[in-house]
Design a protein around this ligand. Structure first.
Ligand code: 3H9
Length: 701
C-alpha cells in the first residue's frame, strides 16, 4: 500500500509529498506519517530543512470530514501542526494546488509559502457548520490584514493565488506546481536551518475605527442567513487580536468542538456528503463509459430552452438552439446574449470570452438542425402528445448513438421513449428555472434507459456545474412529486382560512428560500394549471384540489409575469391582495368548506409533514435511491435550507414518530380531505412503530 506521505531526500532537504487521493484529505495515517517525518528530520543532523507539497490537483482539501462524527483519531491535526511549527527546522510549503481548510492551516504553520498559479486558498469550514479548528483563525490574522482574514474565515470563499500573494499570504507564485516545488526545494536548501519568525508574534492591530467590529458583525449576520458558524468564526478571529497565540488556539479548539456538535454542523456535513454520493448510482455497470458530448441541440427556445442552452454554452459546449417559430427563436437567442453580456458587465468574464461563447451558438428553425448533435435536449411545451411527436421525429433525424433527453418536469419518460425505436438512448434531464443558475439537475432513468445514457448525463451535469441526481419515473419524479402535496395543502389551507402571506411567512420563517405561494406566482399559475390538466385523472376525486391556482389561471392572474397572482406585483415588489379574500371565501363556500382561523403550527405541520410523507413513499418505490438524494434535490432545487440538512435529514432530527402521529391526527381531523391525503406512508408507520432511523429501511449504500 502506498503511504500517504512519500518522503524524498534532495541534498539536505527532505521533501514530504502528501499522496492521499482524491483530495489529500488530512486523514489519520497521513497526520501520523507527517508528524513522524517532521520529528525524525529534526533529529537527523543531515537534514537542514523541509518542503511539504501535495500530489495531484490539490495541495490538500483539509481535515477528513468523515472523521468529524466520531471524533478525530490521534494525532489530531492541531497537534501535528504544532509539531511542525515548533520544529527546529524551517519548512517551506510548495502549494501545488488548492489549499483548503486544514490544508491551508498546514501551509500557515510553514515558514514560507510558494504556490502554483492555479491554487486557491480558502477556509470553507463555515459551510460545514464549523470554524477552522487547526489554527486558521489565529494564524491567518497574524499574516494578513484583519479585513481579509475576517472575510476568508467567515465567508468560506476561497481566494486566488494572485490575491493571496497580494494579501501577503503567499510569498511567491509560479506558473506550475512543479516549478513551485523546485523553487521551494532550492529556497529550503539556501535557508540552511534558519527559521523565519517567532511563532507567537502578535497580529497587526485591528483597523483604527471604533465601529469596525460592529460593522463586521452586522455584515456577517446578514450574510449568514441563520447559520451560526460565521459569527463563531468572527469571535475566534477577534480572539487573535486579544489573546496570546496559545490561548487563542485553545479558545479556537473549544469553539470548533461546540460548533461541530451542533445540529447545523451535522446537517451541513450531511449535505456535503449527500451531494457527492448522488453520483454513485446503484445497478450501473462500472465499466460503462460516457458518450462523448461536444455538440448539444436544444429544442424549444422558450425560457427553459434558452436557459439550458446558456448553461451548456457557458461550459464550453457547442449549442444549436432550435425552434420552428422564428419569433421565439430570435427571442431565445436574445435572452442568451443578454445573460452572456450581463456576465461581462458583472466582471465575471471579459468581452473576448463572451464573444467566443456566443460564437459557439448556432440557430436552427427545424429539427433537422439536430442531426449532428451528440446530445439533444427537448424543452418544448409540457404536453405528452407534443413531446411524443418531437421524439418520433428525432428518432429519424438524430445520429445513431445520440442521447435524446426530455426536459419534462412531470411526464412519463417511458412513454416519451416509446415514441422512438431507441428507448435506451432516451433519458429525462429535468432542469430548474432559471436553468443557467439553478444547480439541480434531475436525471430521469426510464425503464429502458442505458447505463451509458445515465453516465453521459452525470458527466454532463458535472461539466455544466450542476449536481445531477438520478431518479426514477413517476409523476413529477422526486422534486415536483414532493412539491405536489406540499403545494396542494397550502392551496387547501387558503380555502380553510389562511392567507397567502400567513402561509408563506410560516414557511420562510422555517427557512425555505421562498413561500410556496410566492413560488407558484414565480413559476406561473398557468404552468401549474396546465400540469394539473395533464394529471386530471389522479386528482379528479378532490374538487378542492389547488382550486385557487385554477381560479387564478382562469382569470389570467398568472403571477409575477401578469402583475397579479396570489399577490399583486409592481416589478419584483409584492403586496397582499385584499380582493383575494372574497374570491377565496366564495370558492370555499361553493365547496362547502367552513372557513376558520388557522394557526401557524397547523400550516407548518400540514405542509412540511406532507412533504416528508411523500419523500418516504418515493423511497419505498425506489424513485429516489436514498434519503440523501432527496435532500440534495430539495436543497438545490427548491430552496430547502441546507442548515436543516434537507427534508429527510430534518424529519429524522425533528422526530419521525411525531411526524407520523401528527399526520394520523390530520387524517382524522380533516374529514374526507384528510382521509384522501394524510395517510402516513407505510415506511413512516414502520419507523414510528420501531423508533427506527431512515437508514434502517433505506441504507445509503
Ligand atoms: C477542516 O479542514 C477542519 C479543520 O479546520 C480543523 C480540523 C480539526 N474530507 O468534491 P469532489 C471527498 S474541514 C473527506 O467530488 P472536486 C468527497 O467526498 C475541511 N473527504 O471533488 C469525494 O468523495 P467520493 C475543509 C473529502 O474535484 C471526493 O473527495 N475543507 C474531503 O469536485 C472528491 O470530492 C473543505 O471543506 C474532505 N475534506 O472538488 C473542502 N474533500 O469520491 C471540501 C473532498 O467518495 N472539499 N472529499 O464521493 C471540496 O470542497 C471539494 O471536494 C474540492 C474538490 C474542491 C476539494
Amino acid at each position: 500500500m502506498t503511504r500517504p506521505v512519500v518522503i524524498e531526500k534532495i541534498g539536505s532537504v527532505l521533501l514530504l509529498r502528501m499522496q492521499a487521493p482524491p483530495v489529500n484529505a488530512l486523514g489519520a495515517q497521513l497526520r501520523k506519517d507527517l508528524q513522524e517525518a517532521v520529528a525524525a528530520a529534526a533529529a537527523d543532523p543531515a537534514i537542514t530543512s523541509l518542503v511539504v507539497t501535495g500530489q495531484g490537483k490539490l495541495f490538500s482539501a483539509g481535515a477528513d470530514i468523515a472523521e468529524f462524527e466520531a471524533g478525530m483519531a490521534k494525532p489530531e491535526l492541531p497537534e501535528v501542526l504544532d509539531t511542525i511549527e515548533r520544529s527546529r527546522l524551517p519548512v517551506v510549503a510548495a502549494i501545488n494546488g488548492s489549499a483548503l481548510g486544514g490544508g491551508l492551516e498546514l501551509a500557515l504553520v510553514c515558514d514560507y509559502r510558494f504556490a502554483a498559479r492555479r491554487a486557491k486558498f480558502g477556509l470553507p469550514e463555515v459551510s460545514l457548520g464549523i470554524i477552522p479548528g487547526a489554527g486558521g483563525t489565529q494564524r491567518l490574522p497574524r499574516l494578513i490584514d484583519a479585513e481579509a482574514a475576517i472575510a476568508m474565515t467567515t465567508s468560506g470563499k476561497p481566494v486566488s493565488a494572485s490575491e493571496a500573494e497580494a494579501f501577503g499570504l503567499v510569498d511567491r507564485v509560479f506558473d506550475s506546481g512543479d516549478e513551485a516545488v523546485a523553487a521551494a526545494v532550492a529556497h529550503a536548501a539556501a535557508l540552511g536551518t534558519a527559521r523565519r519568525t517567532a511563532r507567537t508574534a502578535p497580529p497587526p492591530a485591528l483597523p483604527d475605527s471604533t465601529d469596525f467590529v460592529a460593522q463586521q458583525r452586522l455584515a456577517i449576520t446578514r450574510q449568514a442567513k441563520g447559520r451560526d458558524a460565521p459569527l463563531k468564526a468572527l469571535e475566534s478571529v477577534l480572539n487573535a487580536y486579544a489573546l496570546p497565540l496559545d490561548e487563542g488556539l485553545a479558545r479556537e479548539a473549544a469553539i470548533f468542538a461546540e460548533c461541530n456538535s451542533s445540529l447545523q454542523a451535522k446537517a451541513l456535513q450531511h449535505v456535503f456528503f449527500a451531494e457527492r454520493q448522488v453520483a454513485q448510482v446503484r445497478g450501473m455497470d462500472a465499466a460503462v463509459t460516457a458518450h462523448t458530448v461536444a455538440g448539444v441541440a436544444v429544442i424549444g427556445a422558450g425560457t427553459m430552452g434558452s436557459g439550458i442552452a446558456t448553461a451548456c454554452l457557458q461550459a464550453g459546449l457547442k449549442v444549436t438552439l432550435i425552434d420552428v417559430n422564428p419569433g421565439s427563436l430570435a427571442k431565445g437567442a436574445q435572452a442568451i446574449a443578454r445573460i452572456i453580456e450581463g456576465n461581462v458587465a458583472k466582471g465575471r468574464i471579459d468581452a473576448g470570452a463572451a464573444a467566443a461563447t456566443l460564437q459557439r451558438l448556432e440557430l436552427g428553425d427545424s429539427l433537422s438542425a439536430a442531426a449532428s448533435a451528440d446530445l439533444v435536449i427537448e424543452a418544448v411545451v409540457e404536453n405528452m402528445a407534443v413531446k411524443q411527436k418531437v421524439f418520433a421525429e428525432l428518432d429519424r433525424i438524430a445520429k445513431p448513438g445520440a442521447i435524446l433527453a426530455t426536459n419534462t418536469s412531470t411526464l412519463n419518460v417511458d412513454l416519451i421513449a416509446n415514441a422512438t425505436a431507441r428507448p435506451h438512448d432516451v433519458i429525462g434531464l429535468h432542469f430548474f428555472s432559471p436553468a443557467h443558475v439553478m444547480r439541480l439537475l434531475e436525471i430521469v432513468r426510464g425503464a429502458k434507459t442505458s447505463d451509458q445514457a445515465v453516465k453521459t448525463a452525470l458527466d454532463l451535469s458535472r461539466r455544466i456545474g450542476k449536481v445531477g441526481v438520478v431518479v426514477g419515473v413517476c409523476y413529477g419524479f422526486v422534486g415536483n412529486r414532493m412539491l405536489e402535496p406540499y403545494a396542494r395543502d397550502a392551496h387547501r389551507l387558503l380555502l380553510e382560512g389562511a392567507s397567502p402571506s400567513q402561509l408563506d411567512t410560516v414557511l420562510t420563517r422555517f427557512g425555505m428560500a421562498m413561500g410556496v405561494l410566492s413560488m407558484c406566482d414565480m413559476a406561473g399559475n398557468d404552468v401549474g394549471a396546465s400540469m394539473r390538466r395533464e394529471n386530471r385523472a389522479a386528482i379528479a376525486h378532490d374538487p378542492s384540489y389547488c382550486r385557487m391556482g385554477d381560479v387564478l389561471d382562469a382569470r389570467g392572474e398568472f403571477g409575477q409575469k401578469a402583475g397579479l397572482g396570489f399577490y399583486a406585483y409592481a416589478g419584483r415588489d409584492k403586496s397582499e391582495r385584499l380582493d383575494l379574500v372574497d374570491l377565496i371565501a366564495a370558492e370555499a363556500d361553493q365547496l362547502g368548506i367552513v372557513r376558520r382561523e388557522i394557526g401557524d403550527e397547523e400550516i407548518f405541520e400540514r405542509c412540511l409533514y406532507s412533504l416528508v410523507n411523500e419523500g418516504c413513499r418515493i423511497l419505498e418505490e425506489g424513485i429516489a435511491q436514498r434519503p440523501g438524494d432527496i435532500d440534495t434535490i430539495w436543497c438545490n432545487g427548491y430552496g430547502f435550507p441546507a442548515l436543516l440538512g434537507g427534508p429527510m435529514h430534518w424529519a429524522e432530527a425533528h422526530g419521525l414518530q411525531h411526524i407520523h402521529d401528527r399526520l394520523a391526527h390530520w387524517r382524522a381531523a380533516l374529514g374526507t380531505y384528510g382521509e384522501a391525503w394524510f395517510s402516513p406512508a407505510a415506511s413512516l408507520t414502520e419507523l414510528a412503530r420501531n423508533r427506527g432511523r431512515l437508514v434502517d429501511l433505506f441504507p445509503s449504500d
